[in-house]
Design a protein around this ligand. Structure first.
Ligand SMILES: Cc1cc2nc3c(=O)[nH]c(=O)nc-3n(C[C@H](O)[C@H](O)[C@H](O)COP(=O)(O)OP(=O)(O)OC[C@H]3O[C@@H](n4cnc5c(N)ncnc54)[C@H](O)[C@@H]3O)c2cc1C
Length: 428
């Protein structure tokens, strides 16, 4: 039996942030990761917003392995063979310090692991934790590959389907309603072609989101981020929506269809797919969060349900980094008090409440229910597609005036339905 001051399970961004923060303060910390190396099994669309976590790790950002800073935002509404694209660029996106970057997790997590190890954290990869050890109602360690490993505190950072939080009695088995699934490809493409196709210069990058036909009208959407010399392309769909309807839709088929759309095919043309991954995303929001602490244990990142989809953004990486940081701070405080009971660790929830993390989750707590409105993903994209067609079409004969053309799509019944949807949207 070995004893450490802290054991962290899972070397994703939550676990790495916790390990780095604790090791920096001289805590003897063991970080266990089941993958071959940190980042090997981690999936993200790949966009990290730095502002919320800039002050937590100010020394790190200057040397992080960013792909490109996002200087151009785009949203496309897709319906049948039509699509409407809106692009935004503003000087705040192109000015340092940059708001957000594209990242590749296989590189980024490995780099962050090196920083944590540099501070003294002990990382053991290819090590799967199977259970928590509970003595007198207190988590006192974990079982990993038959080894009994003990610690004053355990931080569960084992991702969306957290076994540890469940074993410690802090969450129930996952409910499909609270999860989406994401499929992603990394497509290698010459950097000059990327810059030409997306209108970029130097280290500038583009982020594009897609909704409507891309998920066959189901809750979710597509994403495309430009990296240095590759593109991250994928889709995210609510698991409940995938299961409903007969026959059930196979999410990988949606990704194939997405790649074949002309708008996408021309952007990825000539590229080579070098990575394919799939992963669950906890999207149940505030109401689906796990309990965040118990006797001897804290839960951070996706393991606690700290990822959020509000339609225009899917965010989880900053919440993982910040919750890992605050979990580590809580352990440091508990060490001073020499008290690792739930009462002592409850400071973690207070820290998250006072930070952007739980403030965001409370502010957007209605988002999952609001976005569970099929009209947003099917009816409106079709309406927009048809309306744009009529607006831009010049027939052989005379063309209708613009107002009646638009009005045709907005009869009173539609306006009432829209007002109802707007009332929902006003909650987020
Ligand atoms: C397709 C997709 C697109 C996304 N896009 C974005 C985006 O653009 N921006 C954004 O901010 N977020 C995005 N997210 C969400 C984001 O990726 C997650 O919120 C984030 O990775 C959570 O980090 P984490 O450290 O909590 O979990 P993870 O990164 O999942 O790390 C958990 C780690 O625990 C390890 N592990 C699991 N079980 C065990 C065990 N029993 N023993 C040992 N190790 C274990 C795993 O191998 C893994 O390394 C996306 C997610 C997906 C799936």
């Amino acid at each position: 039996m070995e004893k450490f001051e802290a054991i962290i399970v899972g070397a994703g961004l939550a676990g790495l942030a916790a390990a780095y923060t604790l090791a920096r303060e001289g805590v003897e910390v063991l970080l266990l990761e089941k993958g071959d190396y940190p980042g090997a099994k981690n999936v993200s669309g790949g966009r990290l917003y730095v502002n919320p976590v800039r002050e937590l790790f100010p020394e790190l950002w200057g040397k992080a392995p960013w792909e490109r800073f996002i200087a151009r935002e785009g949203v496309s509404i897709m319906a049948g063979e039509r699509s409407l694209k809106v692009e935004y660029c503003g000087d705040e996106l192109s000015r340092e310090p940059y708001q957000s970057y594209s990242v590749l997790r296989a590189k980024f997590d490995r780099w962050l692991a090196k920083q944590a190890e540099g501070q003294g954290a002990m990382l053991v990869s290819k090590s799967r934790v199977d259970d928590v050890i509970i003595a007198d109602g207190q988590v006192v360690g974990v079982w990993a590959g038959g080894d009994e490993l003990r610690a004053d505190a355990v931080i569960a950072c084992d991702g969306a389907m957290s076994l540890l939080a469940e074993k410690a009695g802090l969450r129930n088995p996952g409910n499909p309603r609270d999860y989406a699934v994401g499929f992603k490809e990394v497509i290698e493409l010459d950097s000059a072609l990327i810059e030409e196709r997306f209108g970029l210069e130097g280290k500038e990058g583009a982020a594009r989101l897609f909704m409507g036909e891309v998920t066959r009208g189901k809750f979710g959407g597509g994403f495309l981020y430009t990296n240095k010399d590759s593109l991250s392309l994928g889709i995210v769909v609510a698991i409940k929506d995938l299961m409903e309807g007969s026959p059930a839709v196979q999410a990988p088929v949606l990704l194939d269809e997405f790649k074949q759309r002309p708008e996408i095919a021309r952007l990825i043309k000539g590229g080579e797919s070098v990575e394919y991954s799939a992963h669950a995303i906890p999207e149940g929001g505030f109401k689906a969060l796990s309990r965040l602490y118990g006797n001897g244990i804290l839960v951070a990142g996706d393991a606690a349900g700290l990822a959020m989809n509000i339609g225009i953004t899917v965010r989880g990486m900053e919440y993982a980094l910040a919750s890992g940081y605050y979990a580590a701070q809580t352990v440091l405080q508990a060490q001073k008090k020499e008290d690792f009971t739930a009462a002592s660790l409850s400071g973690y929830e207070k820290m998250l409440n006072n930070s952007f993390v739980l403030k965001d989750f409370m502010a957007f707590q209605e988002a999952p229910a609001v976005l569970d409105t099929p009209r947003f993903f099917k009816h409106y994209p079709e309406l927009v597609g048809n309306m744009m067609k009529d607006i831009y079409e010049v027939p052989a004969g005379p063309k209708d005036r613009l107002y009646p053309t638009i009005k045709k799509y907005l009869p009173l019944k539609e306006m009432w339905a829209m007002a109802g949807d707007m009332r929902k949207v006003m909650k987020i």
